[in-house]
Each structure stands twice: as structure tokens, then as C-alpha cells.
Design a protein around this ligand. Structure first.
Ligand code: CS2
Length: 502
């Protein structure tokens, strides 16, 4: 990696200039160690949010530096325009602030070659996916954007993007519609297909997306669906890097470090992990040389991360929000919270099979340290959103397995009760907040008038169609645990409920 060379004084003279090239960036900032213009585009990434810019784009930047290749990235923003307005004038360049134990290191990332806002320029977005040089289409669009029914593994026709795209397949707005449109056009024009790489926190994400894409395609064109099933690879992945939404402070610090305005700067932790199923018939960047673990089966890694990191994160978010903590790092100063998270992670670990080379206790210790990182301002509200999309893979799947194996289910029931308490929309001090969830309206209707009655409240939410699995719903012990813990939360408060358990 190269570092910026100009003096801080020269940079401050140009401080109102926008980042748009690698010239004149302050000393001490790491720069791409390859010539950007010498590498063509090979990847389209849908969802160019902070997480993509802190994770996949960085691994690709490193792979380009180590081994070269035509693997730069065109980013598509499906719904918003702000990230495109930030990145386009910067020619895709942005600053990454890496907040490690020894302080913050700044780095300018060069792997993004261009960005397109699909809502403004749908044709350009569709064309990008037809480029014969594009051999990988990767995605970080959040759990709720896919519109796949997890249980039936078919598309959810009530999902707005799915409903729209099934009736307007030539002008798709959603992620599955876009992929199917591109594959259909590539197939009919004799352009080789791309590999589809899902990077969202969903269980067996490649397989799930594959099922959704094939189901969607079969509703339009059966031979196409058959071709996708036979010829398209959907490797699964496990992605991990704690990346809060960028704030004003992120942008100001990026400017101070580089000497240039940067409206696309991102901050993240030092830890970074990517495990990928190595199945790329059309080739891939040398991610293995950039620290990515390429494996045959990603599922055990994914389960560990979803259940231990994300499960504990969600638990922390619901409990922390009720207790009026704003940031994860603040909640981690609370000894009772840390004890609860440790107990939860240990229980979640018991639902995992052995994983070669991984000690779950050490993983737990590392997670506690990462959550406690004082330099990361990770808002609890960000994690607490979309509970109905996150609970199944993070908390309900291990709960179901624990139940089936005769293990202790109390911590999982506690986490679910905390989510139910969170659904009430006010903290213990009465601070109101908006419930941020795609099913928020339905939740509000269900719980109305039941706010003080743990049993009625729990039943109203347990009965939400498609959320809890039949094995949990058939268990009286499970239901009773949830009700009992919710009752303590409502009548004696969250701290009492926590201390009853640990
Ligand atoms: C978090 C994740 O927002 C959330 O729900 O649990 O985004 C988490 O920070 C990442 O998965 C870490 O890799």
C-alpha cells in the first residue's frame, strides 16, 4: 500500500476541494497500490451503502493490489440517490477510517469505478448488468429487500418490488427482478452469465437467493428458470465487519485526515472477515490473497456469526434501547448487560457443531471486545430495526434447535421477550421511539390494548404469520418462558428480568 505524500500544510490550502483523485492526499493516508485506470470493471455491486464500502470493496481493493485483474466495481444504488451524489463527483473514491485499538488509520479505497442510481437511471443500471465483462453481481441490500418467503423459499408476491417486477419484468425495480432481467437478456444475446454473490446476513444466503431467483424466473419463463438452476452459481458467504452509519463526525475526520472533502467517507472497526464458498465459474478476484477464507461449505461459519454475533447484537439492541442507551459502546459499560450477552453467546454456541480451528469461547471474548470498542459510535437503533426480518436466523433458529435437543431455552425466550417489549415503542423512562420494521403497522394493530398484559401481548406477536416456526409454537414450555419473562419486564423492569436470568 502506498501512502499520501503531500504535506499537511499544502493539503489544508486545498481543504475545500473535493476528493476526486489520489493527488495531494495528506501523508499518512494509505492509498491504492495499483493504477486504477489499468483495471476494467468485472463486478456490479447492488447496494453501495457503508457496509459494502467498508467490506467487499476493501477486500477487492486489496486483491487488485496483490494480483491485479479486471475486477473493479460498478455500484448500483437501488432506492436512494444520496450515495451516488456523494461518490460520482469523487470518481468512486472515498476514505475509510479504520478504528483499531492503536487509534484510527485512514485509507482511500480505489476499487469502485462508478456508481448508478437506479431510480434516476434505470436503463444504465440494467445495461451495467449486461456488460459481458461483468462476471460477478454481488449484493448488500438488507434482509428485507429480497422479498423471499423463507419458509416456502418462493417469492413473496405481496412484497412491493416482487409484485411490481412480476408485472413489469422489463423495467424491474427490485433486486430479484433486476437479476432475472439481466440473466434473461444475457441468455438470449449469448452473453455468458455472471455469478451471483449475496452478502447479506441471511442463512445460507446464496441458496436462499438462488431459490428466490429460480422461483421468480419460473413465473415468467420456465426454460430460463431451468437454465438458471443448471448454469448459475450462487455461492454463499459470511460477511463480518461492524460498520455504523456514517455521521457528520466521520466526514469531518476524513477531511482532516486526507485534506479533501469526502461525502462518502465510512468508518469501521479493524476486524474484518469474509468467508466465501469457492464456486465462481466465470472467475473472481484474488480475494484469497486479500485475507478472504475460500471454503467448500460456508454454513457453519455463517451459523456461528448469525447466532453469536448478530443474535447477541439484536439482544443488546432491544435491551439497550429499553434502558435508554444510545450507542453499543455505552451499553457495554453496563456489567449486567455484558453478563447477559456472555450467557447468551455461550448458549448460542451450544447449538453449533464443531468448527475446525475455531474456539467459540475465544470468539465470544473477541465479540465482547469488539462491541466494547470505544472508538465506534454504533447506534443501537440501527441494530434494533427490522426485527421481524432478523429474529428468525439470529434467535429463533437456535431457539428451535435448543428446544429439540433438550437444551436451556431461557435466554432465547428472553431475547424474544425483549423484542416484544421493544415493540411497545417507549423505553422504561417513557422515551417514545418509532418502531422501525417492515411489519410495524401490523405489529401496532396486533398489540393495541394489550400493552400491559404479558400473556395477551406475547400471544399477539407469537401469532404473527410466518414469523415463529411451528416447532416453537407447538411448545408450551417455549410460550410460557416468553410470557413469564415478558411479565417480569413489564411489571418489574428490564434490569430485574436480566438479573433473574444470570
Ligand atoms: C448488526 C449487523 O445492524 C445489525 O443488525 O447486527 O449489521 C452487524 O453489525 C454486522 O453483521 C457485523 O458484521
Amino acid at each position: 500500500m502506498k501512502t499520501g505524500a503531500s504535506s499537511a500544510a499544502a493539503a489544508s490550502a486545498m481543504s475545500s476541494r473535493r476528493l476526486h483523485s489520489l493527488e495531494g492526499i495528506c501523508a499518512g493516508v494509505d492509498l491504492p497500490a495499483y493504477k486504477r485506470e489499468q483495471h476494467a470493471v468485472g463486478i456490479v455491486h447492488i447496494g453501495v451503502g457503508a457496509f459494502h464500502r467498508a467490506h467487499q470493496a476493501v477486500y477487492t481493493d486489496d486483491a487488485l493490489a496483490h494480483a491485479g485483474g479486471d475486477w473493479r466495481i460498478v455500484g448500483i444504488s437501488l432506492r436512494g440517490t444520496s450515495v451516488v451524489d456523494a461518490l460520482a463527483p469523487q470518481k468512486g473514491l472515498y476514505t475509510l477510517l479504520i478504528r483499531g485499538e492503536g487509534g484510527t488509520q485512514a485509507r482511500v479505497v480505489g476499487s469502485l469505478a462508478g456508481v448508478i442510481a437506479a431510480v434516476r437511471n434505470g436503463q444504465a443500471a440494467r445495461d451495467a448488468l449486461l456488460d459481458p465483462n461483468v462476471r460477478i453481481v454481488s449484493l448488500t441490500v438488507t434482509e428485507k429487500a429480497y422479498g423471499i418467503d423463507r419458509r416456502s423459499r418462493s417469492v413473496d408476491q405481496t412484497h412491493p418490488a416482487i409484485a411490481h417486477d412480476l408485472t413489469h419484468p422489463d423495467a424491474p425495480t427490485g433486486v430479484i427482478g433486476m437479476i432475472v432481467h439481466a440473466l434473461r437478456r444475457r441468455r438470449s444475446s449469448g452473453i455468458a452469465p455472471f455469478t451471483v454473490l449475496c452478502c447479506d446476513n441471511l442463512p445460507e444466503n446464496g441458496r436462499l437467493l438462488r431459490a428466490g431467483v429460480i422461483d421468480f424466473a419460473s413465473r415468467l419463463d420456465r426454460p430460463l428458470a431451468k437454465w438458471i438452476a443448471q448454469d448459475i452459481a450462487f455461492p454463499s458467504t459470511m460477511v463480518d465487519r461492524i460498520t455504523p452509519a456514517s455521521s457528520e463526525a466521520t466526514l469531518l475526520e476524513a477531511k482532516a485526515r486526507t485534506g479533501f472533502e469526502d461525502f462518502a467517507a465510512v468508518e469501521t472497526e479493524a476486524f474484518n472477515q469474509w468467508v466465501i464458498e469457492d464456486c465462481f465459474p466465470a472467475g473472481r478476484p484474488a480475494w484469497d490473497q486479500a485475507g478472504v477464507l475460500m471454503v467448500k461449505d460456508v454454513a457453519p461459519y455463517e451459523r456461528m456469526k448469525l447466532r453469536m454475533l448478530n443474535g447477541a447484537h439484536s439482544l443488546l439492541a432491544y435491551v439497550g434501547n429499553i434502558l435508554d442507551y444510545r450507542y453499543v459502546r455505552d451499553a457495554m459499560q453496563d456489567g449486567l448487560m455484558v453478563a447477559l450477552l456472555r450467557a447468551y453467546m455461550a448458549q448460542a454456541a451450544k447449538t453449533l457443531g464443531r468448527l475446525e480451528g475455531v474456539d467459540f469461547k475465544q470468539y465470544e471474548d473477541a465479540l465482547i471486545a469488539r462491541f466494547s470498542n470505544p472508538a465506534i459510535a454504533h447506534e443501537i437503533r440501527q441494530i434494533a430495526m427490522d426485527g421481524t426480518e432478523k429474529l428468525p436466523q439470529r434467535i429463533l433458529a437456535p431457539a428451535g434447535e435448543a428446544l429439540a435437543n433438550g437444551q436451556d431455552i431461557r435466554l432465547f425466550a428472553f431475547a424474544v421477550a425483549a423484542w416484544m417489549r421493544h415493540c411497545l415503542g417507549a423505553s422504561e423512562t417513557g422515551r417514545p421511539y418509532e418502531l422501525d420494521d417492515p411489519r410495524a403497522a401490523e405489529i401496532r394493530v396486533r398489540i393495541k390494548g394489550k400493552e400491559a398484559d404479558a400473556s395477551a401481548l406475547a400471544r399477539a406477536l407469537l401469532d404473527m404469520p410466518g414469523l415463529f416456526s411451528p416447532d416453537l409454537l407447538q411448545s408450551l414450555a417455549w410460550k410460557q418462558q416468553v410470557i413469564d419473562q415478558l411479565a417480569v419486564m413489564l411489571s418489574q423492569g428490564m434490569r430485574r428480568a436480566m438479573s433473574n436470568l444470570i
